[in-house]
Design a protein around this ligand. Structure first.
Ligand code: TRP
Length: 363
């Protein structure tokens, strides 16, 4: 079957995937792999932009993430899996695109500003918890506070995160997309500002050197939203995630810790399911979610029982995933898939770079 076009997307290797990664991205990728020529990258260079201090676990994280991709149903026979750092052409294009990208575009990137603050905040409160200055409960409260409420140490924040690599994140991401000639990029809502910058960078490049690169369009994944256990966006860096392959023992404390309606104190208080993380999860895993909504609002169910019911609903699908994952967990398998995919990715990237170099008179 002829495929409809070229799709590219990437994920930072954060190790085992959480439900937000699955419902926010992977589910869509799996759907696209049949119809489009897809390049799916392990964005390990993007990972370094914020996680450069400690790379000891990087290879393990790459492997864990790709294992989760396979288990969830992404198929290397249908799409290309590659590792970003195995495609040096991507670095070359990043460098060249950097020549034409105004710094103001990067400084005004809303994701950049927000991440600087959020990461600074999380790092600060984790450090305080580590030093015994605040408890975990307070750290979680801090995590939920509005951004303006906490001012992380600006000096420390600047040193840790204000690197040229982090600022240039969207330039690298543009190269990541354009080097494969991808016209479509499935991204979550939060990545839209990045993609908008990518489109501008490509337009500017083409304006200077002729029609060389493809201007990418987003496919916004309208997938089901999954909040983290503290009700913020689920994110590894916020430490509020639920992994796809949790065991009962590891899942249980997380469910018990989930943020619920703070106004519902006694079990017969009427609740507000809309902001409740437990209810959001029931919608994904429990066939009785509708009934539960009514019961919660009517004060007919307590949060403790509701959490226990959720654990019951999640148990089956999680056990199934774990079993499947064990089948792919063979020595060398992931490495082989990434090597083969990266070779295909390099061929495609080199073809683009030949045109780019020629257009810029670099050969
Ligand atoms: N920045 C993306 C994220 O954090 C990951 C990513 C890297 C990406 N390269 C990409 C997404 C290319 C889309 C296209 O989620």
């Amino acid at each position: 079957m002829a495929k409809k076009g070229i799709v590219m997307s990437g994920m930072r290797p954060t190790g085992r995937l959480h439900l937000g990664n699955y419902y926010g991205a992977l589910e869509k990728w799996i759907e696209l792999q049949d119809e489009y020529e897809c390049f799916f990258g392990v964005a390990d260079w993007h990972m370094l932009t914020t996680g450069y201090e400690n790379t000891a676990r990087l290879n393990e994280d790459v492997r864990d993430m790709v294992l989760d991709w396979l288990t969830a149903g992404l198929d290397p026979e249908k799409c290309v899996f590659f590792r970003q750092s195995f495609v040096p052409q991507n670095a070359e294009l990043t460098l060249l695109l950097g020549m034409i990208t105004p710094i103001s575009w990067l400084e005004n990137n809303p994701t950049y500003k927000e991440q600087l603050q959020e990461l600074g905040k999380t790092k600060l409160s984790k450090a305080l918890e580590g030093a015994g200055v605040i408890s975990k409960e307070i750290r979680q409260k801090v995590a939920q506070a509005p951004l303006e409420a906490i001012k992380p140490d600006p000096k420390k924040n600047r040193l840790e995160l204000r690197t040229s690599g982090f600022l240039s994140y969207p330039v690298m991401q543009t190269a990541d997309i354009a080097v494969y000639g991808a016209g479509l990029v499935p991204v979550g809502q939060d990545q839209l500002p990045h993609l908008e910058i990518s489109r501008e960078i490509v337009r500017r490049f083409n304006g200077v050197y002729g029609d060389v690169l493809v201007e990418p369009k987003p496919i916004v994944t309208q997938n089901r939203k999954v909040p983290g256990i503290d009700s913020r966006k689920m994110s590894k860096s916020y430490g509020n995630g639920i992994d796809l392959f949790e065991t009962v023992d590891s899942l249980s404390p997380k469910v018990m810790d989930m943020y619920t309606d703070p106004m519902k104190i006694r079990k017969d208080d009427p609740g507000h399911p809309e902001g409740c993380v437990v209810f959001a999860m029931h919608k994904l895993y429990s066939d009785f979610a509708d009934r539960r909504e009514v019961e919660c609002k009517a004060g007919q169910i307590g949060c403790f029982q509701c959490k226990k019911d959720l654990l019951g609903s999640m148990d089956g699908p999680f056990a199934e995933f774990r079993e499947k994952r064990a089948k792919y967990d063979k020595p060398g398998l992931v490495e082989e898939i990434l090597e083969a995919g990266s070779a295909k990715a390099r061929d495609s990237a080199e073809a683009t770079m030949e045109r780019v170099r020629k257009a810029m008179n670099l050969r």
